[in-house]
Design a protein around this ligand. Structure first.
Ligand code: PRP
Length: 212
């Protein structure tokens, strides 16, 4: 039997995903130790777990370097990779939103040449141009996006809001909701054919856990 490889988005999602795999009898105990290793093996169940940057999870899965991935819907929407999205795992819940100074709330729809900063340029463009028919200028950032409207780099941002604490502490507000987000279980298309029974066994067990 070959190893099934699972790509986990480093950080909080990986920890929650690990708990879920443990709950169906997989052994991820090696990952709990503080180490800088990036590959962990469960010999008994012939599973490998790899830790990758969240935005790279869909890439590993599309190319088949990982059979399965656990990643946020935000990354899936931004990367639009060719893979199967099988389950909404229900954890890592947050939302994508347009945020900015409160006084822009009523003006947003009529503003021309709106400057939008985001780590998610595709999601932001799709929302404004395709869904709302509004022309915008995208400014791609890699983090601390809330800074952009504060220093005049952009008018608004499109970013993840979880507790709202970052917005609140920086005097910004949610102006419009873009979409809800959560962790998803994704599968490589060829793996789904070749290892259907093993993958569907995991899917079924996860679905039972989620129902409980
Ligand atoms: C994310 C997101 C927001 C914040 C939202 O940032 O981009 O900044 O968390 O969480 P909150 O609503 O609970 O405050 P992350 O921690 O990934 O950091 P970075 O984008 O600045 O790298």
């Amino acid at each position: 039997m070959r190893y099934l490889t699972v790509a986990l988005a480093k950080g909080r999602l990986a920890e929650l995903a690990m708990e879920l795999f443990m709950s169906i009898g997989m052994d991820c105990s090696e990952m709990k130790e503080k180490t800088r290793k990036l590959i962990f093996t469960d010999e008994k169940n012939k599973m490998k777990f790899i830790l990758v940057k969240a935005s790279d999870v869909p890439t590993y899965v599309e190319y088949g370097a990982a059979d399965i991935g656990i990643v946020g819907k935000d990354t899936l929407l931004e990367e639009s990779r060719n893979l199967y999205e099988m389950i909404d795992l229900g954890f890592g819940k947050c939302k994508m939103a347009v945020c900015g100074p409160k006084d822009l709330k009523d003006k947003l729809n009529t503003m021309t040449n709106l400057r939008v900063a985001s780590k998610y340029p595709h999601i932001a463009l799709k929302y404004f141009q395709d869904d709302k028919g509004q022309t915008i200028e995208i400014i791609k950032l890699n983090g601390s996006v809330e800074l952009a409207p504060l220093v005049g780099l952009s008018d608004v941002i499109v970013d993840i809001v979880e507790t709202g604490k970052t917005l609140f502490e920086n005097g910004l507000d949610v102006l419009e909701d873009v979409c809800p987000l959560s962790a998803r279980f994704v599968v490589n298309k060829v793996s789904m054919k070749m290892e259907k029974d093993r993958i569907m066994d995991i899917v079924t067990k996860f679905q039972e856990k989620l129902k409980a």
